[in-house]
Design a protein around this ligand. Sequence first.
Ligand code: DGL
Length: 296
Amino acid sequence: MERNHLPIGVFDSGVGGLTVAREIFRNLPNEKIIYYGDTARVPYGNKSADTIKRYSRQITRFLLSKDVKAIVIACNTASALALDAVREMTDIPVIGVVEPGARAAVSATSSGRIGIIGTSATITSGLYDRYIKEMMPSAQVFGKACPLFVHLVEEGMLDDSVTVEMIHRYLDDLIKNDNIDTLILGCTHYPLLRSVIAREIGGVFSGYTKELPDAGGASNAAVSGEGKITLVNPAYTTAMELSQVLKECGLASEAPVSFSDHQFYVSDGPDNFRAFASEILELTIDNVSLMLTDQL
Ligand code: DGL
């Protein structure tokens, strides 16, 4: 069998990685994916590097057993802490979300003052900073962990007074004191808050596919705005990077796939996964299988 027709393995700590998967669905319509969401062990964002690496290796073993042609680590936390650990296990291309996100921010910034929001583990890892400084040594990078955003999104509180309050508590300092002109939404869940964040902090979008749902039903057309903060979505830039890598490696598929060709696995609660996909992401996912972590 030609390797071009093999699926792409995508994994995340849970449901959030579907924001990356949907960018793949929309921008790479010829590729089918096998998604693993570790819903039993989410969140990864407050766990140690060793634990995140161990979980990521287990999931990678499972995806490799399905003969995937490439792996996308959709989770920012796992990308920040386990990319090398996963790459050591295989020769197939492994793409994390951090480097594409950093690259997009570097091309978006004018002042070189870049903010990153993510889980505590992502921010503490310093990996976004490292990539940004490699690409733009003069950049100044300001990180802020925003752990409650994950829970607010999972509770469906996308445009809620509590969420708005948290946006200001987390972000006002980055905007008013650090004076950033670009903000990386460095966590799978945060693109779902993009309209509300943009409204509250005066932001415009960069790198979004149009028509993807979020709280404000935002048109994603705007890519620049005088005096505004550009919001960078690593999910989109990762899909673009995946497309390029597949072409370079001669692995791109040329035959369109249908949505039912994708396979989804979770380590707990397939019904909750299905409900989140449909209510928050407007994706109808029928074929979700339970794959317990001790079977990985
Ligand atoms: N998927 C995680 C990330 O992008 C967020 C949820 C978690 O903490 O596991 O960092």
